[in-house]
Design a protein around this ligand. Sequence first.
Ligand SMILES: Nc1ncnc2c1ncn2[C@@H]1O[C@H](COP(=O)(O)OP(=O)(O)O)[C@@H](O)[C@H]1O
Ligand SMILES: [Mg+2]
Length: 361
Amino acid sequence: MDTLIETHGPIVAAEARPIKLACRNVWKVYGQRPDYYFDSRGYVIDADALSERMRAEAHLPAVVDASFEVATGEIFVIMGLSGSGKSTLVRCLSRLVEPSAGEILLNGRNLLKASAKELIQIRRHDMGMVFQNFGLLPHLTVLENVAFPLKIQHKGQKEREERAREMIALVGLNGREKSLPSQLSGGQQQRVGIARSLAVGPELWFLDEPFSALDPLIRRQMQDEFLRLQKMLKKTIIFITHDIGEAFRLADRLAIMRAGKIVQIGRPADIVLNPADDYVAQFTEEIPLLRVIKAGDLAKPAGEMNIDQSIAAEANIETLIPSIAGGTKAFRVLRADGPPHMLLAADVLAVLERDMRRQAP
Ligand SMILES: Nc1ncnc2c1ncn2[C@@H]1O[C@H](COP(=O)(O)OP(=O)(O)O)[C@@H](O)[C@H]1O
Ligand SMILES: [Mg+2]
């Protein structure tokens, strides 16, 4: 592994936002007797040893001791190869799959203690879900598909239509209200899926590989679209993908899963600069550091600064190269949440050099 470049985060994201969703020591075990492995409190000392034992005893730990917290308004990406347990984990978060052990706290309340009735209410009002296969009703028009969740909420016809039209406009499908799903392209169908999932105004938005079935070019457009929507809507988002480029493009923070286990959680810059193990290092090897790292990730606290050029903490360091080439030695990094920091051109160049070494054959 490369030598580490010191990061001075987390000054990019405002970390003081309240926790919307917390997942604590969640397990999902498939097999004959999953309960057998957990005592009444579900307490586990050595997760690796236990999951090894489960495998030896013909059980499949699809999610192994997963813990993380998602802040309000954050895009939290869960990334991993196919079969690593991403869908199982995200389904546990809404209890579409019942976890074998652990706790899931939504606004501080344990979702696993909610009654079946409460759970239906929570899913209908507080959660939006988008899946890879779009999941549209083929015999309903775009308008009817988007209005469908509101019908389930027993909203009146007028309110349903108004709200559905608003959502259709939001995803850029004006004029297609009367089309059937079969008359739309894949990208358009997924826009309908997105509009429908947003119709009820959920606080939590789960997207499970929403763009994986789309062509690369369309996928890229949908990612831009998704970021544009999130800028306006500021949902709390759990986004699942096996596409590493997509993960790094979209994530405020991301979790990397392997064989049911979360092997690292961090901001994109933390993960590329300080991979937890060789697996993560290999996995993220193709990601250009210059594009992922932001000024705030490398900036250091400084007292007096005699610097001409100020930049935002969110600026990608890639955009600083022309100034550095022009002779700028240091930048004043402006932060939303504190006094300015200083970023040295030399630190940016160290990243550039590391990028070049990584990309050499
Ligand atoms: N209902 C089920 N019964 C048994 N095994 C399952 C079930 N659902 C998923 N699995 C297994 O759990 C593992 C994780 O699956 P999944 O969560 O779908 O992974 P991913 O979404 O990362 O591709 C896989 O080995 C899969 O075969
Ligand atoms: Mg999946």
